[in-house]
Design a binder for this molecule. Structure first.
Ligand SMILES: Nc1ncnc2c1ncn2[C@@H]1O[C@H](COP(=O)(O)OP(=O)(O)OP(=O)(O)O)[C@@H](O)[C@H]1O
Length: 290
């Protein structure tokens, strides 16, 4: 893949992040005190059950949703307080976004090449030295051949429109790339190409955050963060799962362990001399004061 010049990657820091959708009489708490640090240049997959809050978290990172409470920083930018103009500048130069259903945002009558060029013009990048051509960017995401590059976006298959949306997301050379479900509608070959494209973008030193149900993509990105019920449930490194100690000392047990222990169970925690933590369910009626 041709090296892209890109804006400097930034880190993303979430503290006690809460997002609530207000629906008339109802509130839906989509994010419930998320603590998460993503280093500049790191690649992370947000995984977890449907409805757990992954897309909401990505939208808050993109500045499309303002947190209801808590804090989120991208580099030196406080996304909780940043003004509209600052946000517009940040998104235009530094953050590439490919959100769910983003293929609806393609310009349907323009060819794939023209869609990519339009995205670069919008980011005022036409003359920047070192940028690969629109065709090179399309090749990176697996869109090859004259017939594909020259075809109006509206005439491309659903899968190819999804690949084109990713090409547009990376076209502006943003240092931070936020992508929602990039492989959901792709066959195995296209999935491999897009996975390779995302890992290559990470190798260039950009920060890459991807929401996905694609376990293979998660492993290839190196770090997985499992969102459960609007909070960080666990983390994986290259396929191995770990519990995460929260900022407030909470640890969320994996589902298979929680199933064995009913809610409300009292647990005694003992730290052994070799720093292992042993949790033992106790019967309060057998406590020392009874
Ligand atoms: N626009 C909205 N209005 C109200 N509630 C919403 C809205 N979008 C999402 N939600 C709710 O917020 C919660 C989190 O949704 P979100 O889409 O972030 O989850 P997700 O993990 O990305 O799910 P999926 O994997 O299915 O895309 C869910 O309960 C969902 O129903």
């Amino acid at each position: 893949m041709t090296p892209l010049t890109h804006s400097s990657p930034m880190d993303i820091r979430c503290r006690d992040l809460v997002y609530i959708y207000r629906l008339g009489a109802y509130d839906v708490v989509a994010l419930s005190r998320v603590d998460l640090d993503i280093a500049a240049g790191e690649s992370v997959a947000l995984i977890g059950p449907s409805g757990s809050g992954k897309s909401t978290l990505l939208s808050v990172m993109a500045g499309l949703l303002r947190p209801s409470a808590g804090r989120i920083h991208m580099g030196d930018n406080d996304l909780t307080t940043i003004g509209d103009e600052g946000l517009r500048r940040l998104r235009g130069r530094h953050v590439g976004m490919v959100l769910q259903g983003a293929d609806r945002n393609l310009i349907p009558y323009l060819s794939a090449v023209d869609n990519v060029q339009f995205a670069r013009r919008a980011a005022r990048l036409r003359d920047r030295a070192g940028l690969p051509s629109a065709r090179e960017i399309l090749r990176t995401v697996g869109l090859v051949g004259r017939d594909v590059a020259g075809t109006p976006a509206a005439a491309l298959s659903t899968a190819k429109r999804q690949q084109l949306a990713l090409a547009i997301g990376i076209a502006a050379g943003a240092g931070v790339l936020l992508v929602d479900e990039p492989t959901s509608r792709l066959d195995a070959e296209a999935r491999e190409t897009v996975t390779e494209a995302l890992t290559a973008i990470h190798r260039q030193g950009r920060t890459v955050v991807v929401v996905t149900h694609d376990a293979e993509l998660g492993v290839r990105l190196g770090r997985t963060v499992t969102i459960r019920d609007g909070r960080v449930g666990s983390e994986g490194r290259r396929g191995q799962e770990y519990l995460v100690m929260g900022a407030d000392g909470t640890v969320h047990l994996p589902d298979d362990v929680s199933r064995e222990i009913p809610p409300g169970t009292l647990l005694r925690a003992d730290v052994t001399s070799d720093r292992r933590v042993v949790l033992t369910p106790v019967d309060p009626s057998e406590g020392p004061n009874r």
